[in-house]
Design a protein around this ligand. Structure first.
Ligand code: SF4
Ligand code: SF4
Length: 370
């Protein structure tokens, strides 16, 4: 039986003034002229709710770049969805947040890059970003709008994990997501500058239980560990096409945000198909759903219903075969190769970032990096 999706990631635009070197947007960013209008998003939300979807994440790029974000938020709320805004805080100030809350926004998630302004702005590639994030987090707290702080962890900030979690608590977050960079797309391009050492990751992972104890009953701590130093993969996206849908700015529907890195997959669009039809029958969603597509060692593995073979995009990125076992699995024949890649990247002296979008968009991004 095909499970029902629980969440919808709505990428309202790929426009974003920031340039995070680990951004999950694709290398080929979709252009503003192709974006779905607010009326089409409203229909997508109605269809999602009818399928049983409970939550919509209004994301990007930076969703604040949409002038009709208030109308889009309103339509998600009217459809009965729990609405979460995922924002860099550039493009959403206190007045706009108040308007969004009045139109039904239930929750806000703000990303932070580091503790110190200079380092945070350097990682984001945008001077002034950190100050705007602080201001928006303070506004959310003042408005009693539930707040999640997201922190992507990599070599430049991993040693400050503990004070970063304390910082999130001080901002009034009810939840903090500590997500180690995942190496596809932009992060793969920047792997040599982002990859921490094994020792750094081990120490960071050991800190999490202590931090959970410190904030028990006050702030939840979600932790996503980096695959490269793992011995077993995580069930990526809860299993391919099992829990979530991702709609791109132009309306293509993906099983995960990185699925377009897999060549040969065909993605259907909400402009031509109903969301339920896409979920059950589109080629991209059926390609790796369940276990029939698996090769050995996954095919006969006792863990295949638990991790679903791990991440298809990582399998492709490292082995060249999207149907291979995730190389983060120690049973994969390419596991040693992945570990060697990680150790080589971690030992690299590279510190310069290729900022997301800067070398691919003709539009100039305003703020240079120190
Ligand atoms: S990760 Fe950074 S660059 Fe990418 S959309 Fe978010 S804020 Fe913008
Ligand atoms: S062999 Fe495949 S199914 Fe088994 S643990 Fe590794 S990735 Fe998971």
């Amino acid at each position: 039986m095909i499970p029902r999706p629980l969440g919808l990631l709505a990428e309202l635009t790929h426009r974003c003034p920031l340039g995070c070197p680990y951004c999950s947007n694709p290398l080929a960013l979709e252009q503003p002229a192709t974006e779905l209008d607010a009326a089409t998003w409203a229909e997508v939300f109605r269809q999602a709710a009818a399928m049983g979807v409970l939550q919509v994440h209004l994301s990007g790029g930076e969703p604040g770049a949409r002038r009709d974000l208030e109308d889009i938020t309103d339509s998600a709320s009217q459809a009965g969805l729990y609405t979460n805004l995922i924002t860099s805080a550039v493009g959403v100030d206190r007045q706009r947040l108040q308007r969004l809350q009045a139109r039904g926004l239930d929750h806000i998630q703000i990303s932070f890059q580091d503790l110190a302004e200079s380092s945070a702005d350097h990682i984001a590639g945008y001077r002034g970003a950190h100050a705007r994030k602080l201001a928006l987090a303070a506004s959310a707290a003042a408005m009693d709008l539930p707040l999640t702080i997201n922190i992507v962890i990599h070599r430049a900030n991993i040693e400050r994990l503990e004070p970063l979690v304390d910082f999130a608590a001080d901002l009034g977050a009810g939840r903090v997501e500590v997500a180690h960079a995942q190496y596809y797309g932009w992060a793969l391009q920047n792997r040599a500058a982002l990859m921490p050492t094994r020792d750094q990751v081990d120490r960071a992972v050991c800190l999490i239980p202590r931090l959970r104890e410190r904030y028990a009953g006050r702030m939840a701590i979600d932790s996503v560990v980096p695959d490269y130093y793992e011995t077993r993969p995580k069930p990526c996206m809860g299993g391919w096409a099992r829990q979530t849908l991702n709609v791109t700015p132009s309306g293509l529907v993906l099983p995960c945000h990185a699925a377009q890195t897999i060549p040969g997959l065909t993605f259907w669009s909400v402009r031509e198909h109903n969301l339920a039809e896409i979920w059950t029958a589109s080629p991209a969603f059926t390609a790796f759903r369940g276990t029939d597509w698996m090769q050995e060692p996954c095919r006969s593995c006792a863990f295949r219903q638990e991790d679903f073979g791990g991440c298809r995009c990582q399998a492709l990125a490292v082995t060249g075969d999207a149907a291979a076992a995730d190389p983060s699995c120690e049973l994969s024949p390419t596991h040693a190769e992945l570990r060697a890649m990680a150790e080589k990247a971690a030992a690299s002296a590279e510190s310069a970032y290729t900022y997301r979008g800067r070398n691919r968009q003709s539009r100039a991004i305003p703020i240079p990096v120190r």
